[in-house]
Design a binder for this molecule. Structure first.
Ligand code: E4P
Length: 221
């Protein structure tokens, strides 16, 4: 399973890339706006940190305009994946861009039929937003299950990015369902790592180490 970080914050991206667990990055206009930096420069810097798919969202709404914008975004770096909202115009753009070899991530997916259409249009990735469904008493992970089944049934190459992840259980369930990718905010990646028994275990081992009689150097060689 691949893990992406859902962030445009350079410190967060740098930190998790040092952990050796990050395969890609997803951004959106909200995340970019939080950083208050020049858009293209910020994207270039992200591409220098992570060598994997970097999703950047197009903001145009008409097919032709989306295509033009996507071509421009894809020139920033070879790893750019253009995020395109799940609309009729978006699908038209995905079809053209897939023929040009420009990678697309169809975003704001809230139903399995939307995901099916994205795959048929030739999207490289589709992003079901599980947290936003849970927020309105939907079942985000049921959507992921349906999409994974459909893509498996028909051998669609489109990869599923579980997005709008709010907590570690979303990641665990995504992995159990066989979703290709989960994109997680930095705090969720930290939560995946932490376990109180690990901390208690380390504390106890270090305390016990102090009780061992040592002749010269205190530290093991
Ligand atoms: C994914 O590509 C989106 O950027 C993101 O996961 C949206 O998450 P949110 O619902 O927490 O804003």
């Amino acid at each position: 399973m691949q893990l992406f970080i859902d962030s445009a914050n350079l410190e967060e991206i740098r930190e998790v890339s040092r952990w050796g667990i990050i395969d890609g990055v997803t951004t959106n206009p909200t995340l970019i706006a939080k950083e208050g930096k020049d858009f293209r420069q910020l994207i270039k810097e992200i591409c220098e940190i992570v060598d994997g798919p970097i999703s950047v969202e197009a903001i145009s709404m008409q097919g032709g305009e989306i295509i033009k914008e996507a071509r421009g975004l894809s020139r920033i770096h070879k790893n750019i994946v253009v995020k395109i909202p799940l609309t009729k115009e978006g699908l038209k753009a995905v079809k053209v861009l897939s023929k040009e070899g420009i990678k697309t991530n169809v975003t704001l997916c809230f139903s399995a039929t939307q995901a099916l259409l994205s795959a048929k249009a030739g999207a490289n990735f589709v992003s079901p937003f599980v947290g936003r469904l849970d927020d309105i008493s939907g079942r985000g992970m049921d959507l992921v299950r349906e999409i994974c089944t459909i893509f498996h049934n028909y051998h669609f190459p489109t990869q599923v990015i579980v997005a709008s992840v709010r907590h570690p259980l979303h990641v665990l369930e995504a992995a159990l369902l066989g979703a290709d990718i989960a994109t997680c905010p930095f705090p969720v990646l930290e939560q995946l790592l932490k376990h109180p028994l690990t901390d208690i275990g380390i504390k106890r081992f270090l305390e016990d180490w102090e009780k061992i009689p040592k002749k010269r150097d205190k530290r093991p060689r």
